[in-house]
Design a protein around this ligand. Structure first.
Ligand SMILES: Cc1ncc(COP(=O)(O)O)c(C=O)c1O
Length: 268
């Protein structure tokens, strides 16, 4: 079996300070420290491990980096791996520099600069001709933009001077904004029909916090987001919900109903 050893390289110069999710470059449960990698190499070269073939190194250190920073990190990973291979005399068939391409939830139109990243990787490969495969792990940057989450506004209320919209869904359906601490971007879909005899709860020209039905103040999909008008009974359509949505959420929290799923094609 072919194996890559997952390395947690120290990145002590602040290169990962601003990232939303760091899986390495500091103490984390992911990967091995460089000295453990060296121990592992000795183990792989010892009798009894013949069925494991060392192909190279894997390092996924962070999520959410722009192309320039991610390239700088890739250079460090490849440079370190090449040095390790030279010191230990093994052929470096593959380096996997992980993923973590930036997705900016505060700017839904922004896109990771794939062209600059591709050029940089090609240049990196040119500088390491002995390296057979340079692998990347694109994550949310491929799919985040392909999913939406729609939910109904149950109530609009005010508390100590701030406006809140309570929606039928919540972080048990879409947990990422709560775990990363961002506001999920949304659009208001107005629903004019109001079937009840009592006045319709409304917020106008204000910032509003969108929370779900769970009994925790952490059930927040968007914090203090500006709205022109939002009424109970309107729908909210959250964008950028195509990655880390349903599949990382705590579905059974308070056992609320699950959402329904609809798949759109291009009409062909
Ligand atoms: C090993 C590995 N590679 C790539 C990714 C992709 O990261 P993201 O979707 O944040 O870009 C992850 C995410 O956790 C990961 O664990």
């Amino acid at each position: 079996m072919d194996v890559l050893l997952r390395a947690n390289l120290p990145v002590g110069d602040g290169a990962l300070d601003g990232v939303a999710l760091a899986m390495g470059g500091r103490p984390t449960p992911f990967g091995m420290d460089p000295d453990r990698i060296e121990d592992c190499l000795a183990l792989l070269a010892s009798p009894g491990f013949e069925r494991l073939r060392l192909r190279g190194i894997h390092a996924h250190l962070a999520s959410g980096l722009p192309a320039t920073e991610l390239l700088r990190l890739a250079e460090r990973i490849v440079g370190w791996s090449a040095g390790l291979a030279a010191r230990h005399g093994f052929p470096l068939h593959e380096v996997n520099v992980g993923g973590g391409m930036a997705v900016d939830y505060a700017d839904p139109e922004a896109r990771f600069d794939w062209t600059a990243f591709g050029r940089g990787l090609a240049d990196l490969l040119d500088r390491h001709p002995a390296l057979g495969t340079l692998r990347i792990e694109p994550g949310r940057a491929l799919t985040a933009y392909c999913g939406w989450y729609a939910t109904e506004v149950l109530d609009v209320k005010h508390s100590h001077g701030e406006a809140f919209a309570v929606v039928r869904g919540g972080t048990h359906h879409l947990r990422t904004p709560a775990t990363r601490g961002h506001s999920q971007p949304f659009t208001v879909l107005p629903v004019d029909h109001w079937p009840h005899p009592w006045p319709r709860p409304t917020a106008t020209g204000t910032r509003i916090t969108v929370s779900g039905q769970l009994c925790t103040p952490k059930d927040v999909l968007a914090a203090r987001a500006p709205v022109a008008e939002l009424r109970a009974g309107d729908r909210l359509l959250f964008a950028m919900a195509g990655a880390y949505g349903w599949n990382i959420s705590h579905h059974e929290f308070l056992m609320h109903p699950r959402p329904s799923f609809h798949y759109l094609d291009d009409g062909a």
